[in-house]
Design a protein around this ligand. Structure first.
Ligand code: SAH
Length: 378
C-alpha cells in the first residue's frame, strides 16, 4: 500500500478509545493494541511510532503510513513574570488560537481553547471582538494538552522541577477561546480522552467545561460527559445579563439554572461554579450581590468572582478591590460560597477574557520552512 500523504493520515489525538480500537482493527491488529498505543501517546508523550518498541514492526510500519500524532504547531511562546505561560498555536494559514498554563503551588492548570474566535458576543470579552473563524477539531483540543505536557516536561527536565510551583498539567479548564458547547461534536470526544484511564487519566473533577449558558447543550452534555461544569453568569437578573451575555435573550437565567441543577443530578456532581466578572458600577453593588445570593442559596453552587481584565477599546473598568471583597462578603453572609479568582498572566494578555486581544494587525512569521500569517500585538 502506498503511504498516504501527511494530510490524509488519521491524527490519533482525535480518537477516543472505541474509535482507536476500530482503527487499529482496520489495520489488521487486535483491538487491545489500542490501549498499548494510548500508553505510548498519553502516558509517555511519545508520538513517533518507530519508538514504540513493544508493538510489532509491521504494525508500526502501517501506523506510520496511515496515522500520525500531530499536535498544533507553536507560533509563539510568552512567559509572564508570575510563571504563567501562553502559547499562540497555528490553526490555519492565517488563523491562530491560544492556550495558557497557570502554575500554582498545588496544581498546574492548563486553559485550552475550543474554537478559533467565538460566535457569542459578550460585551466584556476580547475574544468576542475577534469574531468567529472555526471550530477546533477533537485532535486540536486534545493536542493542546498533549503539547503542553511535553513542552513543560522539556522545559523543566525531570530532575530540576522548581519546588513550589507545579509545572505539570494536573487540571484542564475549557476556558480559553470559544464556546465549548457550540462545538459539542468535537469537545465531547476530547473530554473522553482527557478522562480515560488509558488517556490522560484526569479525574472528572480536574476537567472543567465553562459555558456562557447554551441550555439545550447542557442537557445533552449531562448524557454524554461528567466533567465539572462552570457557567458564566455575570449578572443576577435577565435585564442586565441580556446586555452582558446576549445568549441570555434566548436562554434566560431561570432556564439556565434548571439545566445546571439537572446536570448535577444526572452526573452526581458536587456543585456548579458560577463565574461572575466584576465590572465597576455595572454588576458589583451590594444589592446585586444579595440578588445573586437569592438565586443560588440552597443550591450546590460556588461563585467565582473574576476581576475584569481590560483590553483596548473596552468601555468597562475593573471593580475596586473593596467592592469585590464587599460583594464576596455579602454572598458569604447569605450562605453562598464565593471566592475571588487571582489574576494571572495579565502582563502577557493571558488573563481571562484577554485571549487574542489586541488583534490589530497581521504579519508573517517564519515557522520552520513555512511562512504563515498570524495576528500580532501592536
Ligand atoms: N465561552 C465560555 C468559555 C470562556 S471561559 C464561557 O463563556 O464560559 C472565559 C471566562 O472568562 C468566562 O467566564 C468569561 O465570561 C470570562 N471573561 C471574559 N472576558 C473577561 C474579561 N475581560 N475579564 C475577566 N473575565 C472575562
Amino acid at each position: 500500500m502506498d503511504a498516504a500523504p501527511a494530510t490524509e493520515r488519521v491524527n490519533l489525538l482525535g480518537l477516543p478509545r472505541p474509535g482507536l480500537e476500530q482503527f487499529v482493527a482496520q489495520l489488521g491488529s487486535k483491538p487491545f493494541r489500542a490501549r498499548q498505543l494510548m500508553g505510548w501517546i498519553y502516558k509517555r508523550g511519545v508520538g513517533d511510532f518507530t519508538a514504540m518498541t513493544d508493538l510489532a514492526r509491521s504494525f508500526r510500519d502501517r501506523l506510520g503510513e496511515q496515522a500520525e500524532v500531530r499536535p498544533p504547531q507553536i507560533v509563539r511562546v510568552q512567559r509572564s513574570t508570575d510563571g504563567t505561560t501562553k502559547w499562540l498555536l497555528q490553526a490555519d494559514a492565517s488563523q491562530a488560537f491560544e492556550m495558557v498554563f497557570i502554575p500554582e503551588p498545588d496544581r498546574g492548570t492548563l486553559c485550552i481553547s475550543s474554537q478559533v474566535g467565538c460566535v457569542l458576543d459578550c460585551s466584556f470579552c476580547s475574544t468576542a471582538q475577534q469574531g468567529f473563524n472555526r471550530n477546533l477539531t477533537a485532535a486540536e483540543i486534545v493536542g493542546q494538552v498533549w503539547l503542553a505536557a511535553r513542552e513543560l516536561e522539556r522545559e523543566a527536565g525531570p530532575a530540576q522541577r522548581p519546588a513550589g510551583d507545579e509545572r505539570h498539567v494536573t487540571n484542564v479548564v475549557l476556558m480559553g477561546m470559544g464556546e465549548p458547547l457550540a462545538n459539542f461534536r468535537n469537545v465531547v470526544p476530547a473530554l473522553n480522552i482527557l478522562t480515560d484511564d488509558f488517556g490522560f487519566d484526569l479525574s472528572r473533577r480536574r476537567v472543567t467545561l465553562s459555558t456562557s449558558g447554551l441550555v439545550p447543550q447542557i442537557y445533552k452534555l449531562a448524557e454524554e460527559s461528567n466533567v465539572a461544569l462552570a457557567v458564566s453568569l455575570h449578572a443576577p437578573d435577565d435585564e442586565l445579563r441580556n446586555q452582558l451575555v446576549p445568549i441570555n435573550r434566548k436562554h434566560p437565567i431561570a432556564e439556565l439554572l434548571s439545566a445546571c441543577w439537572h446536570y448535577l443530578d444526572e452526573q452526581n456532581g458536587r456543585s456548579v461554579t458560577f463565574e461572575y466578572v466584576m465590572l465597576d458600577g455595572v454588576n458589583d453593588s451590594p444589592a446585586q450581590a444579595r440578588a445573586l445570593a437569592r438565586l443560588l442559596k440552597g443550591h450546590p453552587a460556588k461563585v467565582n468572582l473574576i476581576p475584569f481584565n481590560p483590553f483596548p477599546g473596552t468601555v468597562y473598568r475593573r471593580s475596586s478591590a473593596e467592592a469585590i471583597q464587599a460583594f464576596r462578603d455579602e454572598l458569604l453572609r447569605r450562605g453562598v460560597l464565593a471566592t475571588v479568582r487571582r489574576t494571572r498572566g495579565d502582563d502577557i494578555d493571558a488573563a481571562c477574557g484577554q485571549l487574542a486581544g489586541r488583534v490589530t494587525d497581521r504579519t508573517t512569521v517564519r515557522l520552520g520552512s513555512k511562512v504563515i500569517s498570524v495576528a500580532v500585538q501592536p
